[in-house]
Design a binder for this molecule. Sequence first.
Ligand code: GLC
Length: 421
Amino acid sequence: MPERLDAGRRARLRAAAEGVLRRNWREGRYRDGTPYAFTCPSTPRYRHQWYWDSCFHAIVWRRFDPARARAELRTLLHAGRLDGFIPHTVFWDRPARWRRAPFYGTHTVFGDQATATTQTPLLALAWEQVADASPDDPGFRTEALDSLRLHYEWLARERDPDGDGLITIILPDESGLDDSPKYDQVFRWMRHDLPGHFWLIERNRRLGYDARRIAERHEDHVEDVLVNVCYALSLRALGRLLGEDDEGEHARRAARTEQALLDRCWDERRGLFFDVAGNRERPVAVSTWSALAPLALDGLPEDVRRRLVEEHLLDHRRYLAACGIPSVSQDEPAFNPGFDRWRCWRGPSWVNTAWLLVPPLARLGYEEEAERIVLSLVLASERYGLREYYHPRSGRGLAARHFGMSTLLADLADGMVCSTP
Ligand code: GLC
């Protein structure tokens, strides 16, 4: 009998996911007395609070313990500034260790509470999902609307210097895809996995991490497809939290970002969405899973989304693989699927990729393929645990163990209607 994503398998996966989140839970008080509660991605490598990891953790926590989901998002919001900025990493219970500290985009190399850079802005999306799972705390939905609104206004004001509706990143790790080969030609010798990266951080530090000042002087900043897809999804979620109808301000802003993705990033010939880099908006024609991320935008034309699926996601020369969805197309020269201490987004399959791409794949009618992708990751997690990422060909679990974001697999499996036995 073929293996299935049956109820027993999903229950075991839920237990494993809950175990990882509980193990990585941290709470206490910062040195100024501020209380915090969050899930660290994995010890010993990732001990702090990361923006998008926390959003993903909260989305999974809501299935087990909505109070912790709420606490995690409130903690993230409290780490932000009053002007709406929210950091990429927050050092609540311990400073960054001396060997890791130079990697963080902080104002001073040691001692800051958080980075001065941000990360893929998923907060409103996570907030809505957690609010929907919080009938015991109905006030949660509306308690932070002003702060959430300010956060997205900060992004529009500070991170869209050319005003085209696409926000920009100033360090490669602001997308969460630190060393993705799509950044090689943009950051070149300063890319995330080369020593020159410390120079890039130092230079941005001198410019106050101010995107406008950076854009005035340099070409190494990116209007990133994945970041903008998540931005648009979050703007729509924020609109719903605010109680706007479909024509509301935030839905309009999201539609503008979606249209800009189509106008500026869609490559009709290749059938992919490419980041655009620098003031001249040069397309970065490297096929990574970010080029498929607009699949998650249901409002984009169906023929565009089907091309992403049929010409790429389900093509065995590109993204169709034995385990999960590779982070880089297998036909790219940079494709590197195995473990590498410094490089993690150059080929391996990550769970958050599947979490974002599989539901829209199923919604477009490719249910069997969707279920196969999820099952392949579930089988890998049964054998190797919830690891940071998996080898797309062998399914081998790689890098960090008990990895927080990979608990999204339980959320994904529970949401698969087609998997009911
Ligand atoms: C790595 C990942 C990034 C993640 C961080 C913490 O740097 O590339 O996406 O946010 O670890 O888990």
